[in-house]
Design a protein around this ligand. Structure first.
Ligand SMILES: Nc1ncnc2c1ncn2[C@@H]1O[C@H](COP(=O)(O)OP(=O)(O)OP(=O)(O)O)[C@@H](O)[C@H]1O
Ligand SMILES: [Mg+2]
Length: 238
């Protein structure tokens, strides 16, 4: 569904990611891991179209994305939950959701909001509350809800669990599981490697803008050297 081929991107003269290639099969969860500054956000922003690659190609659903503008990528089904959430604090929960829905009709919009509230009942309870007054967990739910308003087929989530309490992290991951069951393809950036490895099918570890390792989540957990070097989680014994 998503294929990166030798993608290099950065800011001005700085190269933040170099020669990144990976494949994300439809309906799978793909985790992008790595230390601070490794290039995870840059990779996500390049797929979403907010950063232009200097070289390389990105294919989505068989189409070369390089000629597709950012707003058209949303229409084609690519939505991002950005790092730091980027909500409008003075707008209400409902208004923030509507912003994510782009040019839908009122009827479609209400139907979609109803679906999102079904995923995140807390958002329903706080529908007219200002986004800035929500807890961190509720804000993350709202950021996810806003991305889902566009009915994406590919969801990019940058730092799903960062700064959230374990119970809220459970809730967010439960939604990711449901979205996968509903057929979405999910690209997940996580600091919490344990969580990411538990849900992902495939994993790619970035180091200083390059791919240090990629493979199945299962192999990642069993790879002691990899775990020691990058992942810091308990290895599986069987
Ligand atoms: N707007 C920017 N201007 C210049 N350099 C940037 C910019 N954003 C990121 N970088 C640089 O690009 C490199 C990759 O950063 P990126 O944000 O992609 O990493 P990350 O893996 O998402 O890190 P983190 O875990 O801290 O979110 C870093 O060296 C960073 O300093
Ligand atoms: Mg980042």
């Amino acid at each position: 569904m998503l294929k990166l081929e030798a993608v290099t991107a950065g800011y001005g003269d700085i190269l933040a990611i170099e020669d990144i290639s990976f494949d994300v099969p439809e309906g799978s969860v793909f985790a992008l891991l790595g230390a601070n500054g490794a290039g995870k956000t840059t990779t996500m922003m390049t797929i979403a179209g907010h950063v232009s690659p200097k070289s390389g190609t990105i294919f989505y659903d068989g189409t070369d994305l390089m000629s597709v503008a950012t707003s058209r990528r949303v229409q084609k089904g690519i939505a991002i939950v950005p790092e730091g959430r980027r909500l409008f604090p003075d707008l209400t929960v409902a208004e923030n959701l509507v912003v994510g829905g782009y040019s839908r009709s009122r009827t479609e919009e209400s139907a979609r909001i109803a679906e999102i509230v079904e995923y995140f009942p807390r958002l329903g309870e706080r529908i007219d509350q200002r986004a800035g007054s929500l807890s961190g967990g509720e804000q993350q739910m709202l950021a996810m809800g806003r991305a889902l308003m566009a009915s994406p087929r590919l969801l990019l989530v940058d730092e799903l669990s960062l700064g959230l309490m374990p119970k809220v992290v459970d809730d967010c991951y439960a939604v990711i599981t449901r979205l996968r069951q509903a057929g979405l393809t999910i690209l997940l950036v996580e600091q919490n490697t344990e969580r990411a490895l538990a849900i992902a099918d495939r994993v790619c570890v970035l180091e200083s803008g390059r791919i240090a390792w990629s493979g199945s989540a299962k192999d990642a957990r069993r790879n002691e050297a990899l775990v020691q070097a990058y992942l810091g989680v308990a290895t599986e014994t069987n």
